[in-house]
Each structure stands twice: as structure tokens, then as C-alpha cells.
Design a protein around this ligand. Structure first.
Ligand SMILES: Nc1ncnc2c1ncn2[C@@H]1O[C@H](/C=C/CNC(=O)c2cc([N+](=O)[O-])cc(O)c2O)[C@@H](O)[C@H]1O
Ligand SMILES: [Mg+2]
Length: 214
């Protein structure tokens, strides 16, 4: 049977990256996506912006929406302080299975809790079932039409505190117009656009960083 792109991406990691070395896992995926097959990872250029925001926030609790193959999961987890936790949500079981192996290869399983399911169902369970108070950082990278409803859901569930940071991928390409309008016009957010390029291409894209003001 034909392999899938995530399976081929995982094989490239197992072949080219060193077990327990997160940076080599990130490099192996970027090399695979540049030289073999494009895949919708945040990538190296936007990944550097992600890294700088994670380092600046130095979060204890992080939520990632849309694990896919675990590329940004590994990038974020690699920068977390000891005892910090990253919860990442993925509803496609095949992608989740690949991501678990990518995360395991990087040696960062201790810092990552991958939960299979839809964000709309899981966000309301974060406090009770996952012992979360509030998130210091949320990375949005799932279906683009879910960014706004899930942000409103996180607000409603009391998962954001004064100073919580939302970092959203693809606000230009493929684009998240309703989300962008909301965080840029709402008095409850202070937003900043980081201009970049769509992963592995010259097409414009960027990340929007929004601070929840409470
Ligand atoms: N509600 C939900 N709960 C849990 N998991 C969910 C979810 N909605 C989607 N997902 C998962 O998140 C990933 C989707 C990403 C969409 N990105 C994209 O569509 C995307 C597209 C391009 N592009 O086309 O150039 C570039 C990019 O960087 C992109 O992130 C998939 O793994 C999917 O299974
Ligand atoms: Mg993306």
C-alpha cells in the first residue's frame, strides 16, 4: 500500500535525525520539505519567529491547536523550561500517530501531552480533565476557520489570563480574515504582525501575536 506524506516525513526523520536531538529532527523535516515534498509545517523562517516568541514568553503552560506531524510541537517543547507542559490537540488519528513518533524521536515526550480530538470538544475540558488553570501561550495552526471560534471558546472557558499570548500561523496565507479582524479590533487584545513567508516558499505569510488584556 502507498505510504502517506506524513509517513514519508517520519521516515526522513528516523533516517536523518539523531534520536534525542530535537534540533536534528527540525532540520531533517525542513530538509525533507525543501528537497522532497512540501508539507504544512510552520517551517524554518516562521519557526525562528515562533522560537523568539516562546523564548520571550518563557511559558509554563502552552496549548497548540493542530499538531499535524509535530514539527512545531518539537520546536516549542525544545525551548520550554523544566516542568513546563505543552498540550497539543490533533483530531486526525493518523497524523497523531506520526506526531507521537516524531516527538518521541526528539526525546521530548516528557514535556508534551498530545491529545487526540477536536479543539471544540477538548478546550472546555482543559480545566477539569487536564488540570489547566490558564495558558501562558497558545499556538494556533489548525483549520483556519477554527481560529476565531476557538479563541472565543478559550475566553469563555476562562483559559486566558491578563498577558496570555496567542500566536497564530497563516494569517495571510491561507489567511484567517475573521480572526485577524477580531484580535486587531477588539479592545481586549493588543496585536502585532510578524511578516514572513509561507513555509518553504517566497509567498508572503506571517504570524500574528496577540496579548490578551483581560
Ligand atoms: N478543530 C481541530 N481540532 C484538532 N485538530 C485539528 C482541528 N482542525 C484541524 N486540525 C488538525 O490540524 C491540522 C490542520 C492544519 C491546517 N493547516 C493548513 O491548512 C495550512 C495550510 C497551508 N497552506 O495551504 O499553504 C499552510 C499552513 O501553514 C497551514 O497550517 C491537521 O493535522 C488537522 O488534522
Ligand atoms: Mg500553518
Amino acid at each position: 500500500t502507498q505510504s502517506t506524506r506524513p509517513q514519508r516525513l517520519l521516515s526522513a526523520v528516523q533516517k536523518n535525525a539523531t534520536r534525542g536531538d530535537p534540533c536534528s529532527v527540525v532540520k531533517a523535516i525542513d530538509q525533507f520539505c525543501r528537497s522532497k515534498e512540501w508539507a504544512m509545517n510552520v517551517g524554518d523562517e516562521k519557526g525562528c519567529i515562533l522560537d523568539s516568541v516562546v523564548s520571550e514568553v518563557n511559558p509554563t503552560t502552552v496549548l497548540e491547536l493542530g499538531t499535524y506531524c509535530g514539527y512545531s510541537t518539537v520546536r516549542i517543547a525544545n525551548l520550554l523550561p523544566p516542568h513546563a507542559k505543552l498540550i497539543t490537540l490533533e483530531f486526525n488519528p493518523d497524523f497523531a500517530a506520526i506526531a507521537r513518533q516524531v516527538i518521541a524521536w526528539s526525546g521530548l515526550e516528557e514535556k508534551v501531552q498530545l491529545v487526540e480530538g477536536a479543539s471544540g470538544d477538548l478546550i472546555p475540558k482543559m480545566k477539569e480533565d487536564f488540570g489547566v488553570k490558564t495558558f501562558d501561550l497558545v499556538f494556533l495552526d489548525h483549520w483556519k476557520d477554527r481560529y476565531l471560534p476557538d479563541t472565543k471558546l478559550m475566553e469563555a472557558c476562562g483559559l486566558l489570563r491578563k498577558g496570555s499570548i496567542l500566536l497564530a500561523d497563516n494569517v495571510i496565507c491561507p489567511g484567517t480574515p475573521d480572526y485577524l479582524e477580531y484580535v486587531r479590533s477588539s479592545p481586549r487584545y493588543e496585536s502585532q504582525y510578524f511578516k514572513s513567508h509561507l513555509e518553504y516558499t517566497k509567498v508572503e505569510d506571517g504570524l500574528e501575536k496577540s496579548v490578551f488584556l483581560g
